[in-house]
Design a protein around this ligand. Structure first.
Ligand SMILES: Cc1cc2nc3c(=O)[nH]c(=O)nc-3n(C[C@H](O)[C@H](O)[C@H](O)COP(=O)(O)OP(=O)(O)OC[C@H]3O[C@@H](n4cnc5c(N)ncnc54)[C@H](O)[C@@H]3O)c2cc1C
Length: 416
């Protein structure tokens, strides 16, 4: 495919974190970008989100440091406790240590605040709301996008940023989302419910048999967001989200520590989400269609990395397109794929592994997990995750590329 990348017409499908940031970056590189979002208004799904230094660094480079600092809460630590008596398992200090070690803070933020930041960076006229993509037809010289309003448009390159149930993905990989067997209830409660956050704002994980709970302050500390994960009552899985019942949480967390019970039963309402990921496909692109964010590598949320990885994806794809030899869009998406596959496969693998250890019944395996966590109460063990500079990674050729090889270790699905 030969075309000057800056003249290419790019269509992005999906206006979540991945789509919005990619649109901003590509527009900044002078590309002709349109973003199609199926919902009539941009909505932020869920309430709180944790942004680690590897993701925050991308947002800082977009000029969003002040906006993030206004509403984001800096996490002083990530703490893990036992489900019944609250005894501490581990505490990893974050706070200013993150800035010193990784050059960016760890933020806890309301998703609506994050979305406002992302939209503020995007020039007007790029997002087209109420236009869902129903299917793609890829031809040698163009891609047709069929939209829910009945229109058909074309682009030189289509970027699928349409989440875990991606339509665009069907043009790249033949697979389906995999239900994890777990669901999560999410809710918001007033700051007074966890008074200790005033002096010690942090993420608290509570680990117990078949369940775990996470909560942290957001919205400048005015609100606490919680996620309560447990074995799903619906083993067939189904809905991605549904209204939940606070009474279900009351029953599910009977016998848990008083603070956990206070938090999960204090919400006026909760929503329930079934948790899905997919097996790693080993490819993120065809010649003219490329995936990023959850559309590329939907990952269980146990490492709190989905959006952070989407931010890394966006910066790498934008750099690859900017650096492409004149007209070589295909080369650019191949390079993006090569750079991102190993990194995202590792995050995906570790998130699944945490899904197995977070919910252990009390006993020797749980005791070993707790010992392992106690042995890693420093930021150093997170260098691989927080220290990754996605933009810098694009300037150095990877070992496979330097040797003129495809990255075979992660190429799981042969290219047709
Ligand atoms: C319980 C839970 C907690 C999490 N916590 C964290 C965390 O703390 N930190 C973190 O980094 N990540 C976290 N994640 C993961 C994170 O939410 C996702 O990885 C991230 O939102 C993915 O962004 P995305 O833009 O790729 O996809 P999405 O946010 O899913 O956005 C996709 C967009 O595409 C639109 N769309 C879908 N289909 C179409 C279509 N056919 N046509 C047009 N538009 C379409 C949707 O309406 C949506 O706007 C968590 C996830 C869960 C479930």
């Amino acid at each position: 495919m030969r075309m000057a990348p800056s003249k290419a017409q790019v269509a992005i499908v999906g206006g979540g974190v991945a789509g919005l940031v990619t649109a901003t970056l590509l527009h900044g590189h002078g590309m002709d970008v349109r973003l199609f979002e199926r919902t009539p208004v941009l909505g932020a799904v869920g309430a709180g989100i944790q942004l680690s230094p590897n993701g925050v660094r991308v947002l800082h480079r977009l000029g969003l440091a002040d906006a993030l600092a206004r509403t984001g809460v800096r996490a002083g630590a990530i703490e893990t406790r036992r489900w019944d008596d609250g005894s501490p398992i581990a505490r990893v200090p974050h706070g200013t240590l993150c800035d010193e070690r990784f050059g960016a803070p760890y933020y806890l933020i309301h998703r609506a605040d994050l979305q406002r930041c992302l939209v503020s960076a995007l020039p007007e006229g790029i997002v087209e709301l109420g236009k869902g993509c129903t299917r793609l037809v890829e031809r040698p010289d163009t891609v047709e996008l069929h939209l829910t309003d009945g229109s058909v448009t074309t682009a030189d390159l289509v970027i699928g940023a349409d989440g875990v149930h991606s339509v665009v993905r069907t043009a790249v990989v033949d697979d389906a989302p995999r239900f994890s067997g777990y669901s999560v209830h999410r809710g918001l409660v007033p700051a007074e419910v966890v008074p200790s956050f005033t002096r010690d704002p942090r993420v608290v994980f509570w680990l117990g048999p078949e369940r775990h709970v996470t909560y942290y302050p957001i919205a400048g500390g005015d609100t606490v967001h919680f996620s309560a994960v447990g074995v799903s009552p619906d083993t067939r899985s189904g809905s991605t989200s549904a209204p939940g019942a606070v009474e279900d949480l009351d029953a599910a967390f009977a016998g848990w520590h008083e603070e956990v019970r206070r938090v999960v039963t204090a919400a006026a309402s909760v929503t329930r989400w079934d948790l899905f990921d997919r097996d790693m496909a080993g490819r993120y692109a065809t010649d003219r269609v490329v995936l990023l964010g959850d559309a590329a590598h939907p990952t269980l949320p146990y490492l709190s990395q989905g959006a952070n990885q989407a931010l890394e994806d966006a910066v790498v794809l934008a750099r690859c397109l900017e650096d492409a030899r004149p007209g070589d869009l295909t080369g650019a998406v191949r390079r993006y794929e090569e750079l991102r596959l190993p990194r995202t496969a590792e995050v995906h693998r570790r998130a699944r592994a945490l899904g197995r250890t977070f919910h252990l019944p009390d006993g020797p395996h749980q005791e070993r997990r707790d010992r392992d966590m106690r042995a890693r109460q420093d930021l150093e063990h997170l260098d691989w995750l927080y220290g990754h500079d996605a933009a810098a990674a694009t300037t150095a050729p990877g070992p496979e590329r330097a040797a003129g090889r495809e990255p075979a270790a992660v190429r799981l699905t042969p290219r047709p």
